[in-house]
Design a protein. Structure first.
Length: 267
């Protein structure tokens, strides 16, 4: 068992590393020792908050470098982050989610998050993240799982990610769409970005999209109808999604009636 002095030294050491990652010179220096630094920081994520927090902050900064991020993915950082994230006593939730946001900007990070290479576990991480994203909605003003929306946008940029989210048996997109009227701009941005990406599969996923039309049409149409707190970029995303999805239905009269019906309520 570590002595109090050893704990203090460990805390001081990880804080020094964290501070070094805040500058380009520091990042350059640490990158030369990536094979030692990254595994050590990964292990410290499981430690007490006073140690795990600066370790996570250091990893977030380091993951902004694509080469270092690739090394993190290769060494299994996504699994480590997910394991720690869902520990009952996890105290660095926001930081871990932000680390996953950075790592899923890489193709290899998306593959690792989808667990494509493991048939038995495939999709487990994504299901957990979606569940947390939906369950925690608006419970607090500063929800650490709001950033999961950015992870969903990242993985839905790839065909394998879109297929997983659109899989009717999993029902993941259906759960995500229920967050479209969240009061969190960050959460809302994640929902509409994910929806936009998934609609690129409209031609190949017609049946699955129709199965969730009850949730899809409101998410597409209400922002277009003019909900006040939807920002301009979200209007553009929704219009793009609607344009891609509209060939699935020729009943334009139904669309117009729906928009008019909800106009007064949401403007």
């Amino acid at each position: 068992m570590a002595t109090e002095l050893e704990e203090l030294v460990k805390k001081a050491a990880v804080e020094i590393v964290r501070d070094l990652t805040g500058s380009e010179d520091g990042l350059l220096s640490l990158s030369k020792y990536a094979s030692t630094v990254l595994p050590s920081l990964s292990q410290l994520l499981k430690d007490k908050k006073e140690v795990s927090e600066p370790a996570a902050e250091a990893l977030i900064n380091l993951s902004l470098n694509s080469n270092l991020a690739a090394k993190m993915v290769e060494m299994g950082m996504i699994k480590t982050a997910m394991d720690v994230l869902y520990k009952p006593d996890s105290s660095i939730t926001r930081l871990l989610v932000m680390l996953l946001v950075n790592l899923t900007q890489l193709d290899s990070g998306i593959v690792s998050t989808l667990q494509i290479e493991d048939e038995k576990m495939q999709g487990l991480f994504v299901m957990k993240l979606v569940r947390s994203f939906c369950r925690s909605s608006d419970e607090t003003r500063d929800d650490p799982f709001d950033h999961v929306g950015s992870i969903l946008v990242n993985i839905s940029k790839k065909e394998a990610g879109r297929k997983m989210l659109l899989d009717s048996k999993r029902g993941l997109l259906k759960q995500i769409l229920r967050q479209f009227d969240s009061t969190s701009p960050l959460r809302k941005k994640g929902v509409f970005g994910t929806l936009r990406n998934c609609c690129f599969e409209a031609e190949n996923q017609l049946q699955n999209l129709l199965l969730i039309s009850e949730f899809l049409w409101p998410a597409l149409l209400l922002p277009v109808a003019g909900k006040r707190y939807i920002v301009k970029k979200m209007h553009q995303k929704c219009l793009l999604s609607l344009a891609m999805y509209s060939p699935l239905s020729v009943n334009h009269g139904m669309i117009l009636k729906f928009v008019l019906k909800h106009w007064n309520r949401y403007t």
